[in-house]
Design a binder for this molecule. Sequence first.
Ligand code: HEM
Length: 433
Amino acid sequence: MTLRYLPDAGRLYGPDFARDPQAVYAALRERHGAVAPVEIAPGIEAHLVIGYQAAVDVLTNADGTWSKDARDWQARLPDTPEAAAMIGMLGHRPTPVYSDGADHARYRKVTTDCYSMIQPHKLRNMVIEVSDSLIRRFAATGSADLVVDFAKPIPLRIFNRLLGRPDADSADLISALSDMMEADGEAGARGTEAFNRYIGEVLASKYADRGDDLTSWFIDHPAKLDTEELVQQVVVTVAAGFEPMASLISNTISRMVSDDRYYNSLSNGALSTYDALLEALRAEPAIANFGPYLVRKPIEFHGTWIQPGELVLVSYAAANTEPTGLPDELRSDGGAYLGFGAGPHRCPASDPAMLIAMTAIERLTAHLSDLELTVPREELPWRPGPFHRSLANLPVRFTPIRPDRPGESPWSASSAATDQAPSGYATSAPWSS
Ligand code: HEM
């Protein structure tokens, strides 16, 4: 494969990028303008769209220039472990993320119809139950790693319930996904196998016995997805949702507990959790760089020639932080900018995602009113990788809460002191009316 962009390509891998990605974006902006050459892994190149207007042009795709089908790019990849690792995130699958036109419209309709059947008040109660049961596990200890003990288990337990599985199965999903995402080699392969088994079991159980859950709604949707499409629809929900959901929660908490404007005691802190979420979505979006986007014919785009078969990624993180000279309050999106994408592939789950994050963080900060980081924020460890902005750990301490008598914990007032699955979601499907 020709390394035609090197040697001044930016590196979106390794410890330097994980520590300070904004420094890499600033250097690229200075050297290349709106579109910059990068390596997403050793020897794997891409064009990174870092200008705000250029990012909006790709995402809105008004003239149909851009395709999400990256099979031409995939076909040119070298046979290396680095390339194989990138296919996991960017390789073609029959889901909305990797398709265009009529295929995209069909998958997207299934996704948006079924997500819209999740009723906000039921989801909120579910998040309260899950958050409280997690907080209960560490509240008496006075310390926690809020990535491991809180932010990661929340989406997994929620997805497990939304997909219609009993709580007991959420442990399987958690261990399969953490092996799959954090480990290499054998453990990674075991994780992938366990994840596939979990998805297979979810679908088999719902084929046999439908319920009020996402899996059953996917199966019964009039688009009549075949089995492979159904598997991919469940996979994309968990895969597209889990990582960014966990990172949105932990990135936001890390800002709140290290910035007096948000939270420095139970009684003060002028800005809200919602403000903190918007700031995290703007300055440190959980999906930092993603795509794939390809052109069908050569084009000159914001000063750079792009050929068919070349990978293009959009940097939500760099575009959001491009210096504009304008005050933030002029933005019509309240500060979130491109944190959930834009255009036809914009995140179809931004409303439930915000509700999950806000409810979980408010539960945490309501119960533990003096959370503080055990290390300065600048020293928190970030996970390396080109696509996410994601903390590896979020160590905090707080005054332990020790309920004197059973039944008097601060959370027992919620309707949701148990871990039972909620009953009943929507009563009618959007496609049946
Ligand atoms: C409930 C959790 C979530 C679910 C189920 C979910 C699901 C999805 C799906 C299915 C897509 C693909 C849409 C398409 O291609 O038409 C998508 C796109 C996207 N999501 Fe989410 N998402 C979730 C949470 C989040 C969060 C927390 C963030 C960021 C903070 C996020 C950021 C994005 C972005 C930036 C895109 C656009 C990607 C692109 O341009 O190709 N999502 N999401």
